[in-house]
Design a protein. Structure first.
Length: 309
């Protein structure tokens, strides 16, 4: 199993921002064409080719035989200067073999990737490094971030969407969410009442028995929370809030960090305000507001309010 690393999400806004940093340099370099490595390089290469007003071509890579071939019918005419684009410079041989293939055909070549790290086989000419302990997460490979997918060493035998990793909120999803003021008025009585609450009559239509539970309940409630979950057949991991790291008001941050650290692709949240805050931080995860049986997909991005004045 590869070393576990926290997901570092690249949404389309961040991808565009990264690319924009290099555009002045690339315009000055006067490339003749942009070449993408399909599939991961196609989206950023399309953005770059459009910005530079250059023709876009692509190569394909077969991992088993390590064979590079032209993906597009049209190709640049060597010798010329091309910018090779890939999403990540990884530990594998895709990028290095593609570089060798193009240079062997007489192209003058520079390489751009959206991400690289200390484990990358080659260092690109352009592109940022991801933070230590993180793994880049791209929107066109949403499910490849999970432990189950990474265990395939990038050779899945099933459709990628089947490698999704779900986590769920507890209160308001699996059982009724008691009002906050009840805890403030009579904490111990309310906790005892909560321990006796039945399973919700309306549950998400998923196999929840082994799903990760990410809750805002504090760590000191672990024993009583685990007892309730075990009694109702929920045997998956339980992630609780550590008061030394996150206050009760920081519960959405705690949940978002847990989603990224555990590399979940989907999370079901019962509170709409928390769902928005989580979606803003875990930008590529599918955040679903569970509203008494109705499931609503939530998307959120920070904006400058002055833009709307």
């Amino acid at each position: 199993m590869p070393q576990h690393r926290t997901a570092f999400p690249y949404d389309y806004a961040l991808i565009e921002s990264v690319i924009s940093e290099y555009l002045p340099r690339w315009r000055a370099d006067r490339y003749d064409a942009v070449v993408a490595i399909a599939r991961g390089g196609l989206v950023p290469a399309t953005m770059i080719a459009t910005e530079l007003s250059l023709p876009l071509h692509a190569v394909a890579y077969a991992r088993g035989p390590r064979r590079v071939s032209w993906y597009t019918v049209e190709r640049p005419r060597p010798p010329c200067r091309v910018l090779l684009v890939e999403d990540i410079a990884g530990r594998g041989t895709t990028l290095s073999d593609s570089v060798d293939f193009l240079r062997g055909q007489g192209y003058e070549l520079r390489v751009f990737t959206l991400a690289h790290d200390a484990e990358s086989r080659i260092r690109p000419d352009f592109g940022p490094a991801v933070p230590d302990g993180c793994r880049a997460w791209f929107p066109w490979e949403r499910h490849s971030i999970t432990d189950a997918f990474e265990a395939t060493f990038n050779q899945p035998r099933r459709p990628e969407y089947e490698y999704a990793s779900w986590a769920i909120d507890l209160d308001g999803v699996l059982l009724m969410d008691l009002p906050e003021e009840r805890y403030a008025m009579a904490l111990q009585d309310t906790l005892a009442e909560r321990d006796l609450l039945p399973l919700s009559k309306t549950l998400p239509a998923l196999d929840l028995a082994q799903s990760t539970i990410i809750t805002g309940r504090p760590e000191q409630d672990r024993a009583r929370t685990r007892a309730w979950l075990d009694r109702h057949g929920f045997m998956g991991p339980l992630i609780m809030r550590d008061d030394s790291r996150h206050s009760a008001a920081q519960t959405p941050l705690h949940k978002a960090e847990a989603i990224l650290a555990r590399r979940h692709t989907h999370f079901i949240e019962s509170d709409p305000v928390q769902a928005l805050a989580i979606a803003r931080r875990a930008r590529l995860a599918r955040i679903i507001w569970w509203n008494g049986g109705d499931a609503v997909m939530v998307h959120a991005h920070a904006v400058d309010a002055l833009k709307f004045v």
